[in-house]
Design a protein around this ligand. Structure first.
Ligand code: HH2
Length: 428
C-alpha cells in the first residue's frame, strides 16, 4: 500500500526528510543512533531494539508454544505457531519468534527463571541469535597452515585433477599443469586451494581409493612446497583424506558431510579442520529425489546434526565449516532459495562456505549458457553470498571473483583494504 501523495504529504516528508534507514548489523545500528547525539549510556539499549529478527524453531511441544507466546507478548514482541495449537489437534508446532535482540534478552531471563521449564528453548534461541549476529574474526587451524576468516570474504580456488569434472575435466590432469594452475590461482587472489581427484557432478560414478590417491600423490606434496596458502582436499573417503593430510593437505572438504564415521575419527585423531557439506544420497543418485517438504529447514537440520555428531565424538567445533551444497540433490529453483537465504546458515555458528561456480542453475538463469559462459552469473552468486555473510567462496574463476569480492568487502566494512588503520573513515 502506497500512502497518498498529495502536496501536503510531499511537503511533510520534505520538511522532516523522513527516510527508512538501511542499518542491519548491530554496529551500523549503533552508529546511526550515535549520529543523533543520543545519550551515550543509552546507545546499547537502543541498538538492541533496532531490528526485528525472526527466529524459527521446529517441533516445539504443544504445551510450550502458548507459554512462549505469552512471554513474547509480555516483552512487547510476538510469535507465530500452527493453528492446531489452539484446538490441541497437533502434538508439536513450528514457532516463529519475532523480536528485537533486546526483547530476546529479556525473554531469556524470563525463560530461565525457576521452574525454568523452557530453559532449553532459551539456550537454542540464544545460540542461534549470537551466532547469527557474531562478526568476530576466527582462524581455522589447518594441519600445516591456517586460514583466518571474518575480516574479508575468502576465495577457495578449485583445482580438479580429474578427467571428467563438469567444467574443467581433463585440463589439469598432469602434475605440471596442476601446479601451474594452482600458482596462478594464488596470484589471482585465492586464499586457499581445493584439490579434488573425483568428480562429484550429478551422475558421476565413484573412483577407487587407489585411483584417487594416485591422482593426488604427485601433486599434493609439490603444492605444499610451493604454495603459501592452505590446501583442502575434496574427498568423501577417509583413507584418501588421511593420505592427503600426510602429503601436505591442511583440511578436508567432505561433500558427504562427514557421513563416514572413519572420517570423523580421522578429524579427531589429526585435529584437521573440515568443510561439512550437505548432499542427499551420492553424486550418482542425488538428482533422483529433489523433493523437500521444507528445503532450508531440512538442509539446516542435516548440517546441525552432522556437526553436532562430530563434536560429540571429539571434533573441535572451532575446526568445522558448513556448506549447503548448491547443486547436490537440489532442483534449480532450490539453489536460488538456498542462495537467497544463505545468511540463515550463520545461525549454526560455523563459517559458511558456498560453491555456485559454473553450476547448471547459473546456466538456467542465463538462458542455457554452457559452463564456460557462466562466469558473470557465478560472480553475481559470489557477491550475493558475500553480502549474506558467507565466509568462503569456492570458485573456478578466482581472479574475477576476488576482484568483485574486494568491492563487496569494502562496501560492507566501509573502508578499502589498503587503509586498514582507519576503520569507518571516509564514510558518507
Ligand atoms: N561443488 C563441487 C565439488 N565440491 N565442495 C564444496 N564444499 N562445495 C561445493 O559446492 C562443491 C564442492 C562441484 O564442482 P566441481 O569440483 O567443479 O565439479 P566436479 O565435482 O565435477 O569435479
Amino acid at each position: 500500500v502506497v500512502a497518498p501523495r498529495g502536496p501536503e504529504q510531499a511537503g511533510a516528508l520534505a520538511r522532516y526528510r523522513a527516510r527508512v534507514l538501511e542499518a542491519e548489523s548491530p554496529g551500523e545500528i549503533a552508529r546511526e543512533i550515535e549520529r543523533t547525539e543520543a545519550e551515550p549510556s543509552g546507545v546499547g539499549a537502543l541498538t538492541r531494539k533496532g531490528r526485528t529478527l525472526l527466529i524459527r524453531l521446529e517441533d516445539v511441544p504443544l504445551r510450550a508454544s502458548p507459554l512462549l507466546k505469552q512471554e513474547m507478548l509480555a516483552v512487547g514482541a510476538d510469535s507465530a505457531h500452527a493453528r492446531g495449537v489452539l484446538d490441541f489437534s497437533v502434538k508439536t508446532t513450528p514457532v516463529i519468534l519475532l523480536g528485537s535482540p533486546g526483547q530476546y534478552h529479556q525473554l531469556f531471563t524470563k525463560l530461565r527463571r525457576p521452574p525454568s521449564r523452557l530453559a532449553d528453548i532459551a539456550d537454542a534461541v540464544e545460540s542461534a541469535l549470537d551466532h547469527y549476529l557474531s562478526q568476530a574474526p576466527r582462524t581455522i587451524h589447518g594441519i600445516h597452515r591456517s586460514l583466518s576468516l571474518g575480516d574479508r570474504t575468502r576465495v577457495l580456488g578449485v583445482l580438479n585433477l580429474t578427467p571428467d569434472s563438469f567444467s574443467d575435466g581433463g585440463r589439469y590432469v598432469t602434475p605440471p599443469a596442476a601446479l601451474r594452475r594452482a600458482r596462478e590461482m594464488v596470484r589471482e587472489g585465492a586464499d586457499a586451494i581445493d584439490v579434488g581427484a573425483e568428480s562429484t557432478r550429478p551422475g558421476a560414478t565413484t573412483v577407487s581409493v587407489a585411483r584417487e590417491i594416485q591422482r593426488l600423490e604427485p601433486v599434493l606434496g609439490r603444492l605444499h612446497e610451493v604454495l603459501e596458502v592452505p590446501i583442502s582436499v575434496d574427498t568423501r573417503k577417509p583413507e584418501v583424506a588421511r593420505k592427503a593430510l600426510a602429503l601436505g593437505a591442511d583440511l578436508v572438504n567432505d561433500v558427504s558431510g562427514l557421513r563416514d564415521p572413519a572420517m570423523r575419527q580421522l578429524l579427531v585423531r589429526t585435529g584437521a579442520p573440515a568443510i561439512v557439506m550437505h548432499m542427499r544420497g551420492t553424486p550418482r543418485t542425488m538428482q533422483r529425489n529433489v523433493a523437500y517438504a521444507d528445503l532450508r529447514g531440512e538442509v539446516y537440520a542435516a548440517l546441525a546434526d552432522a556437526t553436532a555428531r562430530a563434536i560429540q565424538e571429539g571434533v573441535s567445533p572451532d575446526q568445522l565449516l558448513v556448506d549447503p551444497g548448491l547443486g547436490f540433490g537440489k532442483a534449480p529453483e532450490q539453489n536460488l532459495e538456498l542462495l537467497h537465504h544463505l545468511g540463515e546458515f550463520r545461525s549454526l555458528g560455523f563459517p559458511v562456505v558456498v560453491g555456485a561456480s559454473r553450476k547448471s542453475f547459473l546456466g538456467r538463469a542465463t538462458g542455457g549458457a554452457p559452463p564456460a559462459q557462466r562466469r558473470e552469473a557465478g560472480i553475481a552468486a559470489a557477491v550475493i553470498a558475500a553480502l549474506r555473510g558467507a565466509h568462503v567462496i569456492r570458485t573456478h574463476d578466482v581472479e574475477a571473483t576476488a576482484r568483485a569480492l574486494a568491492l563487496v568487502d569494502a562496501v560492507r566494512h566501509g573502508r578499502f583494504r589498503d587503509d586498514a588503520g582507519s576503520a569507518g573513515a571516509g564514510r558518507n
